[in-house]
Write a protein that binds this ligand. Structure first.
Ligand code: IVH
Length: 692
């Protein structure tokens, strides 16, 4: 038996971890660094494995996934999980038909008051019943045939937004919460990009991602998939004191217990409220962070719901009103490639036009050769295309039964395009790279166009008005070969281009002129050096202070810059070793592009060079950002958590566990004055950095 102290510690850890989980996953506002969280989590895991008698079903350690199952046990639903009627009319008028039916069934005449409705989103995932007994999650089941589903409790526990314990003082004896497990679009894209980079299979769409993860017999695999959940109703309920009497109040109450409930919902009178909601959501559907396939209307009052009842397993009090589908079938007319800024040849399927996700789609990306191979997409194939949100349409899968006979050959980029379709240069696929690349560099017009767009971009030289259409013309008419040529353009040339009035030509010239005054960081970023993004460009500018110092830098010099590794260092060296590139840089300077220069802040010179500091608590005058800037300007690094490698902890008011940890490890502790004194002894360097 565990001692009372151990029990208390275990309970305190669970409460703290639950709190951090909620902040991180539900509120999207992390309260501690990952490393500190991991430490708490491991401490709890260790205590639980030492004292198996302390294990509980609602411990946060149960979220990582247990042993794989042979099969899912069957679960009989206490209250059947019904489906919902679909209004076939996809126009807003579908809502009018539903209201008319409800009023007729309730025996309401024209003079009777409006029925109050709740309207919410129809999430596109997998329906789940969560059973809480005395506030603890004891079972999660799929819908199955509505009467009997599958017990997927282990997998559901890995979904971090689902509470393992309801946040309430007096939980009902039984509370079944029904809702949808789904995958957000950004989580889906991120997961697939990671899988693609690792050469692993991708998920077909977010819905299959969610459903497939929950049906996964190995909960450790399920735990790796980023899933979300929204509650939209109830199953069996016993002993709920003062239970709500409307649907909307129920969702509010569930939310109050820590259950995720979607904020996109309304309650309002009559069909007009439903039509307004339908139109509002239709207009914003692409901007939602997850897929929906429609909206759902429900009669808000439970007594009226009971009065309306059911017909053949579908409630009369609810209806789903669908939007046009985000996946459609079409055929691949051809496969072509697009050449990007870095010369990567991205395969694109040319499609028979198809209306999907609200627009007519004629192209869809195939990403790279590995993706073509994995999905085995061939010219002539019937495919499913998906367009959701603002993402580029994508070929999801091939309908194999519809492949033409005899079978068309497999598609290989290198065979189809041994030379770049834009410039005729050689095309290569380097070892370990997913992309096939054109070797033409800036000789290649496609790369030149992209390089120019990047150069003029908002975060680079910020030349407003130099967009797609213009760059296309400037490069195709041989008016601009390199970014430096932009500064030689005159009013007559610009005004002679298509869709360019004199006024817009003058505006553009003005923007070009204004862009000449810039910063070193922007200039470095604008050059489009491979692997040098905006942050690296800033670090390089800060570190070297002048362009010539950067150009002259050796690999060792570059590696001394924060976050610069061998790959980035090599890219920079290769870029400046190319005479063409140096010529462009010199022409840009000759054209008058300039920026303030400084001696730079080499870490070997700063007083905090090579030192790692941790900030904790609130400092009396400096914001966290300002303190960090000062420390970095003096060559120091700011880390998120305290370890033996920490040199100083800078502690302010209400410093918490980090301060305790510093004391425990004997790390030097400074207050704000201490930090400022230290920095002042090195004022030269602090000054340089503030120039940026
Ligand atoms: S209510 C008795 N509300 O759509 C009414 N269902 O056939 C029960 N769904 O697979 C369903 N979003 O999982 C309801 N806001 C929502 C929903 C929703 C998605 C799914 C549900 C079921 C299907 C209804």
């Amino acid at each position: 038996m565990a001692s009372p102290e151990v029990l208390a510690r275990v309970q305190a850890l669970r409460r703290e971890i639950d709190r951090h989980n909620h902040a991180y996953y539900v509120l999207d506002a992390p309260t501690i660094p990952d490393a500190d969280y991991d430490r708490l989590f491991r401490e709890l895991q260790a205590l639980e494995s030492e004292h198996p008698d302390l294990a509980t079903p609602d411990s946060p350690t149960r979220r990582v996934g247990g042993k794989p199952l042979e099969a899912f046990p069957k679960v009989r639903h206490a209250v059947p999980m019904l489906s919902i009627r679909t209004e076939t009319d996809t126009e807003a008028s579908g809502a009018l038909a539903f209201d008319a039916r409800v009023r007729r069934e309730l025996g309401l005449g024209d003079v009777d008051p409006q029925v109050e409705y709740s309207a919410e989103l129809k999430f596109d995932g997998l329906a789940i019943n969560l059973r809480y007994e005395n506030g603890v999650l004891v079972q999660a089941a799929t819908r199955g045939d509505g009467e009997t589903g599958e017990d997927v409790t282990q997998n559901i526990r890995t979904v971090h937004v689902i509470p393992l314990r309801l946040d309430t003082e007096s939980p009902p004896a039984v509370l079944e919460v029904r809702g949808e497990v789904f995958m957000r679009r950004d989580d889906f894209e991120r997961y697939n990009a990671k899988q693609r980079d690792a050469g692993k299979p991708t998920l077909v769409n977010p819905r299959n991602g969610a459903a497939g993860s929950i049906r996964q017999l190995d909960p450790k695999l399920a735990a790796q998939r980023p899933l979300s959940f929204f509650a939209y109703g109830l199953g069996e309920v016993q002993g709920w004191q003062a239970a709500p009497v409307t649907h909307s109040a129920t969702l509010d109450a569930l939310q109050g217990m820590g259950m995720p409930v979607c904020g996109e919902r309304i309650t309002g009178p009559g069909a007009a409220a439903l039509v307004a909601f339908h139109d509002d959501i239709a207009a914003r559907r692409d901007q939602l962070p997850f897929d929906i396939d429609g909206v759902v209307y429900k009669v808000n009052r439970f007594d009226l719901q009971r009065e309306l009842g059911f017909v053949t397993r579908e409630p009369r009090w609810a209806v789903a009103h669908k939007y046009p589908a985000q996946e459609q079938m079409t055929t691949v007319l051809g496969i072509e490639v697009q050449v990007g800024r870095t010369g990567a040849l991205t395969p694109v399927a040319r499609l028979a036009p198809v209306f999907v996700g609200g627009v007519t789609v004629t192209n869809a990306t195939l990403h790279n050769q590995d993706e073509i191979d994995r999905k085995d997409v061939r010219v002539g194939d019937t495919v499913i295309v998906r367009r959701a949100g603002d993402v580029i349409p994508e070929v999801v899968s091939v309908v194999r039964e519809r492949r033409p006979q005899p079978e068309p050959p497999r598609f290989n980029i290198l065979h189809a395009y041994p030379a770049c379709p834009e410039c005729g240069s050689h095309v290569v696929r380097l070892e370990g790279e997913a992309a096939v690349r054109c070797t033409g560099g800036l000789y290649c017009p496609a790369q030149r166009k992209q390089a120019l767009l990047h150069f003029a971009g908002r975060r680079a030289m910020d030349i407003e008005g130099l967009g797609d259409k213009l760059v296309e013309q400037l490069v195709d008419r041989d008016l601009v070969h390199t970014p430096a040529d932009v500064y030689g353009l005159d009013l007559d040339t610009l005004a002679g281009l298509e869709r360019m009035a004199e006024k817009s030509a003058a505006n553009l010239l003005h923007a070009i002129e204004a862009s000449k005054t810039t910063t070193l960081a922007r200039f470095i970023f604008a050059l489009g050096i491979r692997n040098v993004g905006e942050t690296t460009a800033k670090d390089l500018a800060r570190h070297f202070g002048s362009l010539d110092t950067l150009i002259a830098a050796s690999e060792a010099d570059l590696l001394a810059v924060r976050d610069v590794g061998p790959i980035v260092a090599q890219s920079i060296i290769q870029f400046f070793a190319e005479p063409h590139n140096l010529q462009v840089v010199n022409k840009l300077r000759a054209a008058g592009v300039s920026w303030p220069e400084s001696a730079g802040v080499q870490p070997s010179l700063g007083i905090l060079a090579g030192k790692t500091l941790v900030l904790t608590g609130t400092l009396p005058t400096l914001t966290r950002e300002a303190a960090k800037e000062k420390i970095e300007a003096a060559g120091g690094k700011v880390a998120g958590s305290v370890s033996k490698k920490t040199d100083y902890v800078v502690a302010g008011e209400e410093a918490g566990s980090k301060l305790a940890k510093a004391q425990e490890l004997g790390v030097a502790i400074l207050d704000e004055t201490g930090l400022l004194t230290l920095l002042a002894s090195d004022s030269d360097h602090a000054q340089h950095a503030l120039d940026f």
